[in-house]
Structures are given as C-alpha cells and as structure tokens.
Design a protein around this ligand. Structure first.
Ligand code: NAG
Ligand code: NAG
Ligand code: NAG
Ligand code: NAG
Ligand code: NAG
Ligand code: NAG
Length: 478
C-alpha cells in the first residue's frame, strides 16, 4: 500500500501538466551556445555539413547574418551572462586557464539571477568557463537552480579530464561515474530529464553551452561515418561532432514537444566564437578564425526560433552583439536589464525584423598583449589596431592550407580599416586611402578605451592543483 502511494507521488511530480495547473504565459527560453562552431560549419552556410535539425529550426525561424561574438570562449560567455563587454569586466584577455584565479567579479548580476526574479526555473547543462576558484563564482551560486557540467574550457569527451584533473559536476558534487561515456550523450539525457520533470505552469530557462565542437577531436564513430567522403581525418571528426550536436538539439526539441512546452518556447542559438582552424574548424570565406579579431573569429552563426516570432523564414542582416542576448532574453521574459549595461534589447529585431537599435560595438580591447589590441565597428566600418591575431588568411575547407595569405602586414601589429558592407571578407585595408575615416575611428576606439578595466591574467596558482582536491578541479583556493 505504502509503495503504491509513493509511486503515485512520484508520478504526480514527474508529470508536466497537472490537473488544475495552468500553462505559464511567459515563454520558455532555451539558450544554446555551441563551442567553436565555425561560420562554414553549419548546413545553412555549407551544404556539405549535415545539421538537419538545426537547419530546419534556422529556416523556420530567423537566421542572423551579422551576429557578433568575442574572439574566444571566456569573453563571449562573460557577455552572454552579464550583458557587459568583457573589457568592462576584466575577462577580455584570452581564456581562464584551470590554474588561474580568474572569474567574473561578484558585483555582476548573471542572467539566471535576473530570470529567477521573474519567476523562471533556471537550469544549466554544459560548459561554464567563467571562474570556479571560489564557490561564489560557480553556476549554482550565480542564479542556476541546477548545474550539470564542467567548470573549465575544454576536456576529454570520454574521461572528462582536463590537464591533471577530473572536471564534471552535478550541482556541487563531483561525478566519477561517467568515465568512458561520450559527454554529449549524458548531457543531453540530463536536459531531457529536466524537461520531463518541469511543470508547465513555471517558465523554464535552459542554458545549454555545448561541449561540441571544441577540441579534443572526439566523436562516436557513427557520426564520423556520416562524412566518409571527407579525406582529412581531423575535419571528418570535427564534422561528426557538429552532427552529434545536431542530434542532441533534436532530442531536446523532441522532449520539449512531448512535455507540451514547445509551442511556447523561444530558442536562441549562437556560437561562442568562430571555428578554430588548428582544430579543423572553418570560417570560409571569412578571414581568420577563433583567437583573432578578424570576421572569421567574431562573426558568429546564430538563429532564433519560436512560435512567438512574427516574421520568419528569412535572413536578418541587423547588427547584433553577444552583449545583447542578456537584455533581449530579459525582455522576452517580461523584464528589463539594469541601467548601464553594454547590451541593448534586440527583441523587436528578432520578433519582427525591426532595425537593430545598435549602430556600433567593441570587438574587444585588451592591453595585456605585447602590443595593444583593439577593434571596433561603427556603421559599415571596422577598425583593428595592434594584434589582430593569426591565422590571418582565408582558409578553404576541407584542407588546412591557406588559400591566400594576408596583405603582407604583420598580423600581430598593424592598423586595418575595412568597409564591411563592400568588403565583408576583409581583403582591402583602407587605412592609407581613407586617413580622415581612420582618424575618426581611432578617436572612437580611444574613447572606448577610457573605460577599460585591467584584465585579470594571474600566474598559475599552485593551490589549484587537483592533487589537493581529491583529483578534481575544485573551488576553494581563492
Ligand atoms: C563592479 O566593481 C568594479 C570594481 O569596483 C567596477 O569597476 C564595476 O563598474 C562594477 N560593476 C558593476 C556592474 O557593478
Ligand atoms: C538521441 O535520442 C536517441 C533516442 O533515445 C538516442 O539513441 C541518441 O543516443 C540520442 N542522441 C544524443 C546525442 O543524445
Ligand atoms: C499547455 O500547452 C500545451 C501546448 O500548447 C497543451 O498541450 C496543454 O494542454 C496546455 N495545458 C494546460 C493545462 O493548459
Ligand atoms: C585545398 O582546398 C582548395 C579548395 O578546396 C584546393 O584548391 C587546394 O588544392 C587544396 N590544397 C591541398 C593542399 O589539398
Ligand atoms: C608596432 O608597430 C609600431 C609602428 O608601426 C612600432 O612603433 C612598435 O614598436 C611595434 N610594436 C611591436 C611590439 O612590435
Ligand atoms: C549575409 O551577409 C553577406 C555580407 O556579409 C551578404 O553578402 C549576404 O547577401 C547576406 N545574406 C543574406 C541572405 O542577406
């Protein structure tokens, strides 16, 4: 008898629509961040890439053609979670390495904290990369009801080890039982589980920063086999990783449908930065890739999907930056961001194709480099000063040979001015031929530079070593 009662209790908890409960009027929001997904690594830009699920969502929704992100992981994730440019936070210099006591300072309010105040259930599955040296910098202390994933920037997809330590957590607990299992499978299972248990009367926010397609290049054989005709082995694996992610998104989509949540769900999909050329990512015909300020590193693949979109099935050319997702998602949730953030809400742009409220943005400003580094966009123009980064050529798939080398300028110390409307692939440096425009843009960059917060880039901290923490990368040393 007791057993029956318990069972019924469990069933009631697990059912999405309880008798008498109402559907929430706020949209469920699924914010998907692919890792290192290149411009040329999705089906809607490159027909050789097999992403049927993402293609369909993108084509049924709105594809963003000028959605910009930062040049590497930590800065972009800072922008997504805070609405601030990383150079206003101190996270603009490269990425947080496991042994560095770097983080997003506590006075920044993360997106899920704001969403919780609006009544949302907030769950995160996947990669954090915004600091973990103290518990207060970790996901469940920054607004997430639950976290299943890893703190660092990358790890083995099967052992879940990065450098000398395990990095896999279920909320705060180390997970030691997944050795040998491909991360994407059990991360997806967790998302499906969250969706199945969710009550439809509560708005749901799912933050899904995927492990795919960051290196190491690892994928179950059946995905790699989808690209038997691709000669280059690394490229074949990378493309398999893209297709594994596509299947994962399909499973999440199916779960949302089965739970009766899908019709009221807004999906936002973006990469965190361009494809990493050294890890077989590709951004052709854009110049450069991840780790560079060229368009290949910063112009990201992105789309939105949902029944609430009023204009769909087209490519939107409005200017969007990574910092905008924070106020946009809050606006979709019926809230507003705090005054002073760098992002602007793009909700009307997304829902109905209205002109973007943004006319300029900062690609990055980082003065920790041996040469100063800064890049801005104003209208159609782009200025890069200092270290633009390498590779700086135009690299076609599937091989990794640079088709055309750059303009002969030192990519680590130069000045480039482009008109991206006429020259989206950055072939024609106008710095010499347009001196007045150059001066105007340089003055603008200096203006932006005035509010620069020094970048955190501490030396390795020996207290971080997993040997002191039972073999896992763990909070507690800063
Ligand atoms: C957080 O604190 C730093 C250092 O005092 C300050 O520069 C920054 O403006 C603050 N940011 C916010 C969002 O409060
Ligand atoms: C998607 O779901 C199917 C059916 O349950 C399963 O076989 C497959 O492994 C799942 N794929 C991923 C990437 O989780
Ligand atoms: C909630 O919405 C779903 C999908 O539109 C629908 O199937 C379900 O019946 C609704 N539930 C309630 C309690 O209104
Ligand atoms: C690389 O690819 C390009 C275009 O697909 C082709 O023209 C070139 O010959 C290839 N180079 C090598 C070394 O395979
Ligand atoms: C960068 O170039 C400028 C002049 O173009 C030069 O003065 C400066 O020394 C260079 N810096 C480095 C680190 O090479
Ligand atoms: C996307 O932007 C490029 C220029 O960067 C442009 O050539 C292309 O026409 C745009 N695509 C669409 C469908 O508007």
């Amino acid at each position: 008898m007791l057993r029956v009662v318990l069972l019924m209790g469990a069933l009631a908890l697990g059912s999405a629509a309880q008798p008498g409960s109402k559907n929430t009027t706020k949209p469920h929001i699924v914010f998907i961040v692919a890792d290192d997904l290149g411009w040329n690594d999705v089906g809607w830009h490159n027909p050789d890439v097999k992403t049927p699920v993402l293609d369909q969502l993108a084509h049924e929704g709105v594809i963003f053609n000028q959605s910009y992100v930062n040049y590497v992981c930590t800065p972009s994730r800072t922008a997504f979670m805070t609405g601030y440019y990383p150079y206003h936070v101190g996270t603009q210099h490269q990425v947080i390495f496991p042994w560095q006591a770097s983080y997003v300072p506590s006075n920044f309010t993360f997106l899920p904290e704001k969403l919780k105040a609006l009544g949302y259930a907030t769950h995160m599955v996947g990669k954090w990369h915004l600091g973990f040296c103290n518990w207060k910098y970790t996901p469940t202390y920054r607004g997430f009801d639950s976290f299943y994933g890893y703190y660092n920037g990358a790890e083995d997809y099967y052992t879940h080890v990065v450098a000398t330590g395990l990095d896999l957590r279920d909320d705060k607990d180390v997970v030691k039982t997944k050795n040998g299992q491909y991360g994407t499978y059990f991360f997806t299972d967790r998302v499906v589980d969250i969706v199945e248990k969710h009550q439809a009367d509560t708005p749901l926010f799912l933050y899904l920063p995927f492990q795919n397609v960051h290196q190491p290049l690892e994928v179950p054989k059946r995905f790699e086999d989808m690209y038997a005709s691709v000669q280059d082995e690394n490229r074949r694996t990378l493309l398999g990783m893209v297709s594994a992610m596509d299947e994962a998104v399909g499973n999440v989509t199916m779960a949302m449908k089965n739970a009766g949540l899908w019709d009221n769900t807004l999906v936002i999909f973006t990469t965190d930065n361009g494809g990493w050329i050294t890890a077989s990512g590709n951004n052709y015909p854009l110049r450069g890739g991840k780790t560079t300020l060229w368009e290949g590193g910063t112009r990201g693949v992105a789309f939105a999907h949902g029944k609430m979109l009023q204009k769909t099935g087209y490519t939107n050319n409005e200017m969007i930056h990574a910092v905008d997702w924070y106020p946009t998602i809050l606006a979709a949730a019926g809230g507003t961001a705090d005054a002073g953030i760098d992002g602007v809400s793009q909700l009307d742009t997304i829902l109905s194709g209205k002109p973007s409220p943004r006319t300029e943005f900062v690609y990055n400003i980082d003065d920790v480099q041996t040469t100063k580094q800064g890049a801005i966009r104003v209208g159609d123009y782009k200025l890069i000063e200092g270290n633009a980064g390498t590779p700086d050529g135009w690299i076609p798939p599937p091989n990794l040979t640079e088709e055309t080398q750059s303009d002969g300028e030192d990519p680590n110390n130069g000045t480039w001015l482009f008109n991206l409307k006429d020259d989206p692939t950055e072939h024609h440096n106008l710095a010499d031929s347009m001196p007045d425009k150059l001066k105007e843009m340089q003055a603008k960059l200096e203006e932006y530079r005035k509010s620069l917060v020094p970048a955190m880039d501490p030396p390795p901290d020996p207290k971080s070593t997993p040997m002191l923490w039972g073999g896992a990368w763990s909070p507690g040393w800063c």
